[in-house]
Design a protein around this ligand. Structure first.
Ligand code: GLY
Length: 403
C-alpha cells in the first residue's frame, strides 16, 4: 500500500506539474505551486496513517506533535473534511490515485447517514459524499445523501422553524439550560438539504432549509451585521429565549469562525434559492469583518474580533480559509471584483511561511495556527483538518474562476 501510494503520487504529481506548466504558460502558478505542496505534504501524512495499518482520519495534532484522529462514530463534526480534502486533491490534480483514497475515506462515514443526534451530519456527509457524487463517485452515494438529509430533518422544530443544533440533555453544552440551541454554524448543513431535494425530488428538505435560513436571518444578527454564536429557541412556542456564545469571547462578541460560517452559509443559500436577502446578509457580514479595526492587515483574523488581548491573541486560520472560499463564490453572484481580490489576498497570506507549514512538518497538515475553542481550552493554535479543507476548496474555486 505504501509503495503504491508513493508511486501513484510521484507519477501524478510529475504529470500534473508538466501539464499545468504547459497550460499556464509560465513556470508554476500560484494555485499549481500550492497544489504541488499539498500533494507532497499529504503524501507524508498518508505514509504515517498507513504505518498504523488502519483507516484513521486526521483531525489535528497535540502540542507534543502526536496525531489526534476524528471519530467515525457520527458525533465528530470534523470527520468528513479529510475525505473532502482528498476529493479536492483529485479535482485539482486529475490523479485517480487521490480518487481511490477519497473513496476509501468517504466509505468510512457511511453509517453517519443514520445519525439523528447531531446537526453535524450535514458537515460530515456534505464534505465527503456531496463532493464525491459531484466528482464521479458511486451512484449509491445519492441514497446515502438523501438518507442523511432525512436524519437531519428529524431535528427540525416546526414551531420555531429551525433545525436544532446541539442536544440539551447530553453532550458538551448540556449544562447550559438551553431548550433548542441553534448555532450560526448550522447554516452550513443546509447544503445537504438543498442537494437532497435536487436528487430526490422531495421538496421537504428544501422547505426546511429555507425556513431555517429565514429564521436565522431574523434572529441571529446584530444591527452592525455581526452574528451571535448561539440563539436558544423554545421549540414549542418558537420564541427566542436567549442569544449567547459557546466558542466566542462573550455573548456580545463576534466569534471569528462564526462570522465566516455566516458569509459562507448565506452565499451557499443564495446559490440554491436566488433569494437576494441571503446575499445581502453575506455582504453585511463581510462589511462588518473587513472594516473592523481588529482585522489584521494580512486578513487572518484573531479568534474573536472582540478578544480582550488583541494583538496578543491567537489567530484563527480556519476562519480565514472559510472566508476566502466563500468570497470567490460571492464575487461571482455580486459581480464585485473586490471580493475576489480580497480572497486572493487571504490565500496569499495563508500560503506564506507565516501560516503554511514547512514540508513534512505540522503533522502533515497544510496550514498552521487555527483555533478550535478557546473557552474550552481545546485545539488552540494548532493545525485543523477543516482549515485545510476550505483552503483547498478556495484554491479550486480560484483556479476555476481563472480558467
Ligand atoms: N462547527 C463547529 C465549529 O466551528 O467549531
Amino acid at each position: 500500500m505504501k509503495k503504491s501510494i508513493k508511486i501513484g503520487l510521484c507519477t501524478g504529481i510529475l504529470c500534473w506539474i508538466i501539464l499545468s506548466c504547459i497550460a499556464d504558460n509560465h513556470p508554476v502558478g500560484f494555485v499549481a505551486e500550492n497544489v504541488i505542496f499539498a500533494t507532497e505534504q499529504y503524501a507524508t501524512q498518508l505514509n504515517e496513517l498507513t504505518d498504523r495499518g488502519e483507516n484513521h482520519i486526521p483531525r489535528t495534532i497535540k502540542s507534543d506533535g502526536t496525531m489526534v484522529y476524528a471519530s467515525t462514530a457520527g458525533w465528530d463534526w470534523t470527520a468528513g473534511f479529510y475525505a473532502g480534502s482528498l476529493w479536492y486533491l483529485y479535482e485539482l490534480t486529475g490523479d485517480e490515485h487521490w480518487k481511490s483514497l477519497a473513496e476509501r475515506y468517504t466509505a468510512l462515514l457511511e453509517k453517519v447517514q443514520y445519525n439523528k443526534s447531531t446537526h453535524d451530519v450535514g458537515f460530515i456527509i456534505g464534505c465527503s459524499y456531496l463532493n464525491g457524487i459531484r466528482l464521479g463517485g458511486e451512484e449509491q452515494y445519492k441514497s446515502i445523501i438523501v438518507s442523511a438529509a432525512q436524519s437531519l430533518s428529524t431535528r427540525f422544530r416546526p414551531a420555531a422553524g429551525v433545525i436544532q443544533s446541539w442536544n440539551v440533555h447530553s453532550g458538551w453544552q448540556a449544562k447550559r439550560g438551553w431548550k433548542c440551541p441553534v448555532i450560526i454554524d448550522n447554516l452550513m448543513n443546509l447544503e445537504l438539504l438543498f442537494e437532497a431535494t435536487r436528487m430526490s425530488g422531495d421538496s421537504t428538505y428544501y422547505r426546511i432549509a429555507v425556513s431555517h435560513a429565514d429564521k436565522t436571518l431574523q434572529n441571529h444578527f446584530r444591527s452592525d451585521g455581526s452574528s451571535f454564536h448561539v440563539v436558544d429557541y423554545d421549540g414549542e412556542t418558537g420564541e427566542v429565549r436567549s442569544r449567547c456564545t459557546a466558542q466566542g469571547y462573550s455573548d456580545e462578541s463576534a466569534w471569528a469562525r462564526g462570522q465566516a460560517w455566516a458569509i459562507y452559509g448565506y452565499t451557499m443559500c443564495y446559490r440554491y434559492t436566488q433569494n437576494l436577502a441571503y446575499l445581502k446578509q453575506a455582504e453585511k457580514v463581510c462589511d462588518f469583518i473587513f472594516t473592523h479595526s481588529n482585522m489584521p492587515d494580512d486578513l487572518v483574523p484573531y479568534w474573536d474580533y472582540d478578544a480582550i488581548n488583541i494583538p496578543h491573541e491567537p489567530r484563527d486560520v480556519s476562519a480565514a480559509a472559510i472566508t476566502a472560499s466563500a468570497l470567490y463564490e460571492l464575487s461571482g453572484y455580486t459581480r464585485k471584483e473586490q471580493y475576489r481580490k480580497t480572497a486572493d489576498l487571504i490565500l496569499k497570506s495563508l500560503s506564506s511561511p507565516a501560516y503554511r507549514s514547512p514540508l513534512g512538518m505540522n503533522g502533515g497538515f497544510l496550514l498552521m495556527h487555527s483555533v478550535g475553542s478557546i473557552p474550552h481550552g481545546s485545539e488552540v493554535d494548532v493545525p485543523l483538518v477543516y482549515a485545510d479543507y476550505y483552503f483547498l476548496e478556495a484554491l479550486k474555486r480560484k483556479r476555476d474562476m481563472e480558467k
